[in-house]
Design a protein. Structure first.
Length: 510
């Protein structure tokens, strides 16, 4: 029977060898997309030396990939439902390989920004298609949980090994080689996918509404850009305008989906309490995780005085914890109810946050690593189970839309966490600096040091030893207060979310 024309709500047959081999093929684009999210930060020094970008151009080089990916996730997820998820993977995979070659051989700043934008567009087509194909390949709930555990483990592994592999390649072959590794991997994927991946599409999806797609892209792009600008430049008028444009456009998108006959997103998905609660859980978890890692990186580099390489090396423990927890989820769901395990993941994150709350004033390295491992391990459980619950809540023909919504929520959560928790921490730091900084320092030094911990470190380097030690001590104390406050807020959010999960999802019998 042709799977592109017929769907069954329940399929009792378990996945066989071909489906598991198909999953192995799907891990290839997943690994590449996750590696590409982190590897750019590693090559920035070499790019700066070779292409000489300005400060604004440098921001666009690092950010454009994430902007384009976030903006197109919803559109690409629903495009896959209509034209076929395997076909969209082929298109996206081919585009990713070609854009990687363009990126590797970019000889100007404009070319590099454009090729990174194309990479983001291709990445947006790969993630939702991969998730939705897993939903269609694995109909047995237990097997699907295992498959999604492998998916999230692969994604976490890509984030962890990306900088390590990238560092070796940059040192030996130049910065362009980092992007060329995508070509053989994607070539292998394009070779094996037609053999091992069946085609799936929604037979009753209706026509594609271009205006809805434009609204969704504008809403996400404007919102993400405004939030990121808010995090980098504080509350300037342009940040607020972009955020408002994103909100207004998002509202227009919502009402258009209610009005038209063939909506881009079936809003009936949100009538399912399990679906909406899980999406909110993933958004809040990534909100806190991303916001706290902003403080963790400063703690390692500016307070504990590790260089960038060693700070990244200590952060690997968190990624390792995430990989282990993702891989354990399929086994744990056989022992612990999914709802209880999801709440447990949130509480594990909260435990790491409470350590940060209690000890951020005088962190030892061992305590910081323990809190990082708890934070990332709990997040791994939440994201793996979140994908499983969301994809299981959606019908097979809605898999593309459901997958794109999960990816969009996690992207928004991360951006919001960096912006809002970062802003709260910065405000507390400034207030505490006014209380802790010594009056022996010159007024110009005090004003400069009150803005950020990094600014205080730079300023301290210009002072003599007695004043330098005073300023560093004051700045570290103020930063400890801000780190503690943000960790405490995050812990309260995690505990509250765990209670909401237990109350709302237990009622639905999930």
């Amino acid at each position: 029977m042709d799977s592109t024309s017929t769907f069954k709500e329940e399929v009792s047959l378990k996945a066989g060898k071909k489906e598991w081999l198909g999953l192995a093929v799907l891990t290839l684009p997943t690994l590449l997309v996750s590696m590409d999210m982190t590897v750019m930060y590693l090559v920035i020094p070499a790019v700066s030396e070779n292409l000489r970008p300005g400060s604004t151009e440098l921001l666009w080089i690092t950010d454009i990939y994430g902007f384009m990916e976030a903006g197109l996730l919803i559109t690409m997820g629903t495009v896959g439902d209509r034209i076929g998820r395997r076909r969209l993977l082929f298109i996206g995979g081919t585009a990713f390989a070609l854009a990687s070659i363009l990126t590797a051989y970019s000889d100007s700043v404009g070319m590099l920004i454009a090729s990174r934008a194309l990479l983001g567009m291709a990445g947006a087509s790969l993630l939702p298609s991969t998730l939705s194909l897993i939903r269609n390949l694995f109909h047995d709930r237990k097997q699907r949980t295992q498959a999604l555990g492998i998916f999230t483990t692969t994604f976490s592994a890509g984030i962890m090994v990306g900088p390590l592999i990238g560092g070796l390649l940059v040192n030996h072959f130049g910065w362009g080689s980092v992007f060329l590794i995508a070509v053989p991997v994607m070539g292998l994927f394009l070779l094996l996918a037609p053999i091992l991946l069946p085609e799936f599409r929604d037979p009753v999806a209706g026509r594609f509404d271009l205006f809805s797609a434009a609204l969704s892209i504008a809403a996400v792009l404007a919102g993400i850009y405004g939030i990121k600008r808010l995090a980098e430049q504080k509350a300037d008028s342009a940040s607020i305008v972009f955020i408002l444009v994103g909100i207004i456009t998002g509202i227009l998108f919502y009402y258009r989906q209610k009005k038209i006959r063939d909506p881009l997103i079936d809003l009936r998905l949100f009538h399912n309490s399990t679906f909406t609660t899980t999406l909110l859980t993933m958004l809040i978890a990534l909100f806190c995780w991303s916001g706290l890692f902003l403080f963790i990186s400063q703690e390692l580099q500016l307070v504990m005085r590790f260089d960038a390489f060693h700070a990244g090396l200590w952060s690997v423990f968190g990624a390792a914890g995430s990989i282990i927890s993702c891989s354990l989820v399929p086994k744990l769901v056989g022992i612990i109810h999914r709802v209880n395990l999801l709440a447990a993941g949130l509480l594990i994150m909260a435990a790491g946050m409470l350590i940060m709350y209690l000890f951020s004033h005088e962190f030892s390295l061992s305590l910081l690593i323990a809190s990082i491992v708890l934070l990332s391990s709990g997040c791994g459980i939440v994201v793996t189970l979140g994908h499983d619950i969301v994809m299981s809540s959606a019908r097979p023909q809605q898999a593309g839309a459901a997958a794109s919504l999960t990816e969009t929520c996690t992207t928004f959560g991360g951006a919001l966490g960096i912006a809002l928790l970062g802003s709260i921490g910065a405000a507390i730091y400034r207030l505490r600096m006014e209380d802790t900084i010594t009056s022996d320092l010159p007024a110009s030094v005090i004003e400069s040091a009150k803005n950020t911990l990094g600014g205080a470190s730079v300023t301290a380097a210009t002072l003599g030893e007695p004043l330098q030690n005073q300023l560093i001590r004051s700045a570290n104390t103020a930063f400890g207060y801000s780190f503690s406050a943000v960790a405490g807020i995050s812990a309260l959010l995690m505990i509250s979310m765990a209670i909401i999960v237990l109350i709302r999802m237990k009622k639905t019998g999930e």
